[in-house]
Ligand binder design. Sequence first.
Ligand code: G4P
Length: 197
Amino acid sequence: MANTYKPFAPLVERIKKDGVCLDGGILKVDSFVNHQIDPTLLQSMSIEFVRRFANKEINKILTIEASGIAPAIMVGFLLNVPVVFAKKKKPSTMGDMLVTEVFSFTKNKSYSVCCSKDFLHQGDKVLFIDDFLANGNAAKGIIDLVKQAGAELAGMGFIIEKSFQHGGDFLRNSGFQVESLAIIDSLDNCQIKFKGE
Ligand code: G4P
């Protein structure tokens, strides 16, 4: 499904003001997204996600710990649906569960991601929310978990997508509705180049 990209201006402006470019194509946004969190911006971004997925029936929000949890909760609150976060460590108390492997490019290692079968099952219409879309490996893991559960992926929403790592191409070419609030085409020479600018 082809999506047209619509930047969410308040986020783009905030990245310009407070985002810090690090070597290796990493954008540091820990002063407002994934360490210190600006709840007012988070609320407005979540309202925007709800608007963009208004065409979809959604009964559950899914994310992966840790940084996806904050935006996922806000979207779940607005839609009045439960929020499930897939875990990176298997809790000893978890019974029947779905497990998949995710490769992290930034950490150069694979890790298991799991979710209890009690909270993701057939008939669920799931919206995946996360902070970053880079290579798309976390998203691929989520696709696998949703498939194993026999659930349906209604869409995927990301706060920031780095198009030069091509996860978004894969997901859109696979037919998913992918909505990213800001897309960054390049971080070369420590310059943040936004798509469409
Ligand atoms: P992918 O899932 O799209 O393939 O991403 P990748 O393996 O490259 O990234 C792994 C982790 O790094 C993810 O967080 C992802 O959110 C984060 N990440 C990727 N690119 C950036 C970036 O430019 N800036 C920042 N700040 N983070 C980035 P994670 O390891 O799952 O950690 P957590 O923070 O969610 O706990």
